[in-house]
Design a protein around this ligand. Sequence first.
Ligand code: NAD
Length: 476
Amino acid sequence: MAVNINETSNDVVAMNGLAAIGKTMDSQRAFFKSGVTKEVDFRIAQLKKLRKAIVDKEAAILDALKADLNKHKFESYGTEIGFALLEIDDCIKNLKKWAKPKKVKTAMFHFKASSYVISEPYGLTLIIAPWNYPFQLLMVPLIGAMAAGNCVMVKPSELAPNTSRVCADIIRDTFDSHYVAAFEGGVATAQELLRQKFDYIFFTGSTEVGKIVYQAAARNLTPVTLELGGKSPCIVDENIKLDVTAKRIVWGKLVNAGQTCIAPDYLMVHSSVKDELLEEMGKAVKKFYGENPEESKYYGRIINERHFDRIERLMQAGNVVVGGEVNRDTKYISPTIIDGIQPDDPVMQEEIFGPVLPVLEWTNVEEVVNFVNDRPKPLALYVFSKNKAFANQILEETSSGGACVNDTLMHIANPHMSFGGVGESGIGGYHGSHSFDTFSHQKAVMDKSLAIDPPVRYAPYRHSLRFLKFVMSKFA
Ligand code: NAD
């Protein structure tokens, strides 16, 4: 069926909601087939348009993040807008290089042939985003999908409605929906999108919903990236620089009021330094947010009452050594550190995703390794120690999506490394050139000369098995 690719605009998408999904699929399929998105110059031009739109809307994005999560503009720029702009700039600068076919070696027994790998776009891609970094976690995958030459449908999170609206506006004002379309909405919209046959699905959110997305993708054998969550441990050795360690843990835990997928979820500290570390962490909280963090303009709020109630319930164990104050009316939960936690306490059974840090202590490194390995593989792991051997042992004997030694969160901000989970914390990764690779199918091509055609491979086979083994081992 011939489809007029000009038939749908993002305004139509916004007006018709779910009904527009099928129509947009058709128009995107037709636009993709036209081959326009395969041109690298087109992709670069579109990324530049997106960059300009983001810069022009900076104030609206900052306002939306303030309204949804009470994020301070310094934090919003650093972790959301600036983060996305860095990704776009990296793509614009390197796209021509990334998109070139990559020559690879050819085993000698193929003589005469050459081989290369073409990065080809998948086609129609779907991106579903969460609410905690609602701008960045929608835009950064979008940038990767566009850079790789795909058409894209995005669904922002309904739980950050102001940011969802700004993202949809940016997309609507910048692109035709036959290229990039935004569908705002909640679970019903996500499910309707998941009923369609996409060529790639990129999902960021909880492990629970990740499994639903994976099942929906399996129906069509659609490849996926699943950026999920989990409980990321923060392991502290006795041999540390106390004040810096305390500041870096507190910072990583309290950015976005703890609603960060890679926030240190729980602390495992050597018993000989526990008291001193907790005292330093208390001091760091005061230094960052003052005597009463509720009055600090730098401290965020919990996204909604449901999550507020969930986190408050998790605070009902152990001994609160820092914080513990809550205000449901303003969705405020103070920075809270809880000592005396048992592994079977509720706070150790689910991802906390809030400003509450339970503390466990250890004396023997094997206890730490076993504790981590007895649980689902985390998205991140942090180890603080001046002893390289200790840090290496933890890294070697445990598995996690990513890790930092002597810091928290920062591995996510290096575009030269892929960011993603492992096991229950996710499948695949992205950022920088890894986003381009994620959204591209790596097509392996062998280009063979027609000039010579030795008969060895054809039946009837006239060479011995010994001869074949010799060729395959010596001319590889
Ligand atoms: P979520 O899984 O509840 O929702 C994510 C998205 O899925 C939303 O757009 C939502 O509308 C949609 N959705 C919800 N239920 C659905 C269903 N039944 N079927 C289809 N779609 C559905 O996650 P969230 O609460 O928005 O985000 C928090 C979680 O995301 C945490 O677990 C956190 O660790 C994780 N996270 C991971 C990363 C990462 O990069 N790995 C980043 C941020 C957040």
